[in-house]
Design a protein around this ligand. Structure first.
Ligand SMILES: *[C@@H]1O[C@H](CO)[C@@H](O)[C@H](O)[C@H]1NC(C)=O
Ligand SMILES: *[C@@H]1O[C@H](CO)[C@@H](O)[C@H](O)[C@H]1NC(C)=O
Length: 399
């Protein structure tokens, strides 16, 4: 072959390659947007920094939001407001209240304790939840939710709701734990309900307990409605859930160098014994009967036997906002938060705040020393009321 023929072939090859590359590039630019699902880029959940931990100043603050009863936003009317307020009142007032609470308290965690949405007032449960929870995500605050008895009355069932809630931005909600005998996955048991989980809060950064659980937060599914011996009643926390609580508390105790840290529980429907608080010196208002299951569940006895359960935060009865003590465990209502929920005209929507504070050792912050709670009203000044201490450590930590 002559050198002239060789150069000719080489020129053809270059031309040919250029043509192919141009074609591929042209096709790619033409159809590339079709390679993405729904023409948008796939987006991952934005997660908060984990584990949850106390601040440098030794505090950890939780905002409890009970019974938002969210519908679809601006066209969902308020209930039980005075006539003069009715015309300009909607779900957006609930949103506004949540933003104000976040601005005022700057919580480290928000606990939504059920009836977050009012199923029968929305045709899209997911959309309603996105709007209801919205401010928590806007401010990038970790949040945890459980279900009430109204959340599933729309387009998602309880399992789907908890799945969705666990996938939303900044959520630390979980569907359910894997339950087994220690690490033996074959011993996996099922727990009743959806949204039973434990969040462990670590000590302050740089302190001796910075890698240890010093505060335990327990979330439980109290169900929706059930029929017991032909009688319609509310759901309750089942034996399987209580067994999980006890087992995981025992396990946590074995693994923890800080001993059994104080624990708080969050769920929606009160237990039967909350009725007995009427005869005790409670703090706050007891304005309606306790609506709960007729079944006496073992919740109170379980909390007592765990030893570290200091308080439970509930919702469901919107115009009760009291805290009372049963056998050494506090039961506190959040008080109705949402404007589409029933309430009382001239009785402000409200929210509860819980603050835990670490003790100060000689040169380091230690474990939880005190747990306080108070409420704020959605009035002009976000008035702070019913400030009380729930628990104080009666021992000294590592001093
Ligand atoms: C609801 O929000 C509107 C608009 O911000 C406000 O004018 C109205 O007073 C609020 N209503 C209540 C009951 O808070
Ligand atoms: C906590 O864990 C980090 C990272 O593993 C380590 O650097 C630090 O020394 C630990 N702190 C304590 C008090 O154990």
């Amino acid at each position: 072959m002559s050198s002239a023929t060789l150069i000719g072939n080489w020129k053809h090859t270059v031309l040919y390659l250029t043509l192919i590359i141009s074609l591929v590039y042209f096709i790619e630019t033409l159809i590339s947007h079709k390679l993405h699902i729904n023409h948008t880029n796939i987006r991952f959940k934005r997660s908060p920094n984990l584990p949850l931990r106390f601040r440098d100043d030794g505090t950890f603050k939780i905002l409890q939001v009970a019974d938002m009863h969210y519908g679809v936003g601006s066209i969902t009317r308020c209930r039980d407001v005075v006539d003069a307020e009715f015309d300009y009142c909607s779900d957006l007032n609930t949103t506004r209240f949540l933003r104000r609470m976040i601005e005022a308290e700057r919580p480290d965690l928000i606990a939504f304790t059920g009836d977050n949405i009012f199923g029968s007032s929305t045709t899209d449960a997911a959309e309603s939840l996105v709007q209801a929870i919205g401010p928590a995500i806007e401010y990038g605050i970790p949040w945890a939710a459980v279900l009430g008895n109204h959340d599933q009355e729309s387009t998602l069932n309880r399992q789907e709701l908890m799945t969705f809630l666990s996938l939303m931005d900044f959520s630390v909600s979980q569907i359910n734990p894997l339950v087994g005998d220690d690490d033996d996955q074959s011993a996996l048991r099922l727990i009743d309900g959806f949204g039973n989980y434990r969040l462990r809060v670590h000590g302050a950064p740089g302190s001796v307990l910075s890698n240890s659980t010093v505060f335990d937060l327990l979330f439980l599914d109290s169900g929706d409605r059930e029929t017991v011996q032909g009688r319609r009643t509310y759901g309750w926390i089942k034996d399987s859930q209580l067994r999980w609580l006890q087992d995981s508390t025992r396990q946590g105790h074995r693994q923890s160098i800080a001993g059994n840290p104080p624990a708080l529980a969050f769920f929606h429907i009160p237990i039967l014994e909350v009725r007995d608080l009427w005869y005790t010196p409670f703090i706050g208002q007891f304005q309606e009967g306790v609506s709960c299951s007729v079944v006496q569940s073992g919740v109170l006895n379980t909390f007592v036997s765990m030893g570290n359960a200091k308080a439970a935060f509930i919702g469901h009865d919107h115009v009760n906002d009291l805290c009372g003590n049963l056998k050494g465990v506090w039961f506190c209502y959040g008080g109705g938060f949402g404007y589409h929920a029933y309430g009382r005209p001239n009785w402000h929507r409200r929210a509860r705040v819980i603050e835990a504070r670490l003790g100060k050792g000689r040169d380091t912050l230690t474990g939880v020393e005190r747990i306080k709670t108070w409420k704020r009203l959605d009035d002009e000044d976000l008035s702070k009321i019913d400030d009380q201490v729930l628990w104080e450590a009666s021992y000294t930590f590592l001093k």
